[in-house]
Design a protein around this ligand. Structure first.
Ligand code: IPM
Ligand code: MG
Length: 359
């Protein structure tokens, strides 16, 4: 089959990790007889530098007309002093919001080979980590009204976190459906002891859980969830939560699996179209040195094969290749441990390609 993929390399390590992922897709295409057509799209700080805005309507349109979008990372210190609505991250929000990608799927898996890189006690790591965070992506405080005003001669800033029943219900349903296909456990994370949005969130989730009696449902306050993730991560199967809580908890979930450089993500809406990106940022401190871990992006490409192209075997072939390369002892610097063979971004990509086989 033929697929059109919009490629957003972005800033910092973005270009390196996307360049490391394209050959992996090409190899999958060769092995399974698919053709991927790539079209580069400018977004983020590089777009600000070149044309003055984080992303243009035309660029958004190219993405919209593709079958899926692969994104590296956007942002960096160079653009940190720009006003909020002109920052590189605006490109992300226009893509997520503008393309209706309200579901963000962030799986956190502790690979056998990476147990040593897990910062938790060995007896905890031994119990395994295999959870997925379903983060609401187009609502809440990221998209709510914000501003500044002067009160009593003092500047005040505010952000708001609105959620409608409709927004909560649609992400809730996705989470219950995903839990149904896994170990059938869903934990909804909120701050219902303080926030009104969380109280509405909980109310809607409780209504939904009646429709999914086969799924074991629980509520957890976000502060407790942050603690439980490091105290007993094996208790989680699927976590569903609002936009900002999901942002924070997914960084925490990534480090307990060894490195933020390992966690992929899929952003989808109500069709098969989706955007796929690692959860880490542009890592300007290591940009251009050829040492960035491309695995989160490569694993994001596997998610694209699964969710947007419905190519399950192909997705598994990529995931298997990544696991094999790790089993063979190869590591980028962020996940290195005793006796591992440290390789750079390009070599890691080559090794993954080499290990892709028809399953
Ligand atoms: C993420 C990132 C982004 C977010 C940043 C870069 C705006 O942290 O995808 O998790 O907060 O959503
Ligand atoms: Mg984040």
């Amino acid at each position: 089959m033929d697929f059109k993929i919009a490629l957003i390399k972005g800033d910092g390590i973005g270009p390196e990790i996307i360049d490391a992922t394209v050959p992996v897709l090409e190899k999958v295409g060769k092995v399974y007889n698919h053709k991927f057509y790539f079209q580069e799209v400018l977004a983020g700080g590089c777009s600000i530098d070149k044309i003055g805005v984080p992303i243009t309507d035309e660029a958004l349109d190219v993405c919209r007309k593709s079958d899926a979008v692969m994104l590296g990372a956007v942002g960096g210190p160079k653009w940190d002093n720009l006003p909020g609505d002109k920052r590189p991250e605006v490109a992300l929000f226009r893509l997520r919001g503008g393309l209706g990608l309200f579901t963000n799927i962030r799986p956190a898996i502790l690979y056998d080979a990476l147990r040593d890189a897990c910062p938790l006690k060995p007896e905890l790591a031994d119990k395994g980590i295999d959870l997925v965070i379903i983060r609401e992506l187009t609502g809440g405080i990221y998209f709510g009204e914000r501003g500044r005003y002067i009160k009593d001669n003092v500047e005040v800033a505010y952000d708001t976190m609105p959620y409608s029943v409709h927004e909560i219900e649609r992400i809730g349903r996705v989470a219950f459906e995903i839990a149904r296909k896994r170990r059938k456990k869903l934990c909804s994370v909120d701050k219902a002891n303080v926030l009104e949005t969380s109280r509405l969130w909980r109310q809607v989730m409780h209504r939904l859980k009646e429709e999914y009696p086969d799924v074991e449902y629980s509520d957890m306050l976000v502060d407790n969830a942050a603690m439980q993730l490091v105290r007993a991560p094996y208790q989680f199967d699927v976590i569903v939560t609002e936009n900002m809580f999901g942002d924070i908890l997914s960084d925490e979930a990534s480090i307990i699996t060894g490195s933020i450089g390992m966690l992929p993500s899929a952003s989808i809406g109500s069709t098969s179209f989706g955007m796929y990106e690692p959860i880490h940022g542009s890592a300007p401190d290591i940009a251009g040195r050829g040492i960035a871990n491309p695995l989160a992006t490569i694993l994001s490409a596997a998610m694209m094969l699964r969710y947007s192209f419905n190519l399950e075997a192909e997705a598994q072939a990529v995931e298997r290749a990544v696991a094999d390369v790790l089993d063979n002892g190869y590591r980028t610097g962020d996940i290195k441990c005793e006796n591992s063979i440290v390789v750079g971004t390009k070599e890691m990509s080559r090794l993954v390609c080499e290990n892709i086989k028809k399953l």
